[in-house]
Design a protein around this ligand. Structure first.
Ligand code: HEC
Length: 176
């Protein structure tokens, strides 16, 4: 017999022994699989995973990232909630810190708002009020929102992600 074959056979024998010796008390005898390989696989899957803890933190980060994506790339909140410099560009140093409205309707709309509040750091509302604004399209007390603020009917997860992102931003000290 050559050496690799002996090593292979010894290995197989040891695997079989470990399979027989491993405690299977938690598994009902009837449901045990015939093959040793399958049993070993099952026990590996059952072992508690330390990954579970870090996945909770990751979910929070991905929620914030999803909120940032919705705010910056989909709903475009900064277009109104961020002031502009003299060249008309959004000011990154005053991100979402409130602004004077820069768009006007062609035909007059009586309740058109001229001021857009700060939302960076989520300074003025509770989370429940924010969810009402973004999910039902009404003000924090259920009142009508003045245009051009959009009447959003967002999914709960999206509204939550947006609020999580806005809360993660520093509050602005400037008043616009
Ligand atoms: C087209 C401009 C525009 C966009 C885009 C916009 N807003 Fe507004 N937003 C406003 C204006 C104007 C107001 C003030 C409304 C008022 O006074 O009733 C406002 C008010 C708010 C308020 C306060 C509501 C209140 O009753 O005081 C919150 C919170 C808010 N916006 C969040 C957001 C978020 C989050 C986004 C993006 C998902 C967004 N806004 C996108 C213009 C806009």
């Amino acid at each position: 017999m050559n050496k690799p074959l002996i090593i292979f056979l010894t290995g197989t024998a040891m695997c079989l022994m470990i399979g027989k010796l491993s405690p299977g008390s938690s598994t009902p005898a009837g449901s045990r699989r015939a093959s040793v390989g399958a049993t070993a696989g099952e026990e590996h899957v059952k072992s508690p995973s330390p990954k579970d803890v870090s996945q909770t933190n990751k979910a929070t980060n991905s929620e914030i990232e999803h909120g940032r994506y919705l705010v910056e790339e989909v709903a475009k909140c900064p277009e109104c909630h961020t002031p502009r410099n003299e060249r008309g560009e959004l000011r990154e140093d005053a991100w979402l810190s409130g602004a004077t409205i820069w768009i006007r309707p062609v035909a007059p709309i009586p309740n058109w708002a001229d001021h857009v509040p700060a939302i960076a750091g989520w300074p003025s509302f509770t989370e429940a009020q924010g969810e009402r604004i973004l999910e039902r399209g009404t003000g924090p007390q259920g009142e009508e929102l003045r245009p051009p603020m959009h009447i959003y009917h967002m999914k709960h997860e999206d509204a939550k992600a947006i609020i999580a992102y806005l809360k993660s931003l520093p509050r602005s000290s400037q008043t616009n």
